[in-house]
Design a protein around this ligand. Sequence first.
Ligand SMILES: [Zn+2]
Length: 94
Amino acid sequence: MNTNTNENMDITTSQIDKANIQYLEFVQLTECVKQMDQIPQSLRSEAYANAYEYLRATLQKKCIHEYIEDYIDIDPDNGKYITYCIYCEKTLHK
Ligand SMILES: [Zn+2]
């Protein structure tokens, strides 16, 4: 039997269309950022912090944004409404 590895790879690749890959990347990046967030910012090494920032920037580029409006406290007497993405935390300014 003649097994052609390249042919098999072509079949696999063609089954995953571009939109699916973009969605998969978005899902995996969201998970990575969530995982890395578990180490508090103050305890992160420089290399870890750099990797985190790079992943977050990549997520913002690939993100399928879903914006919500939320009220945040600025100080005990003042607050304001902000609109941000629940996945990448990108904020919208009005
Ligand atoms: Zn987003």
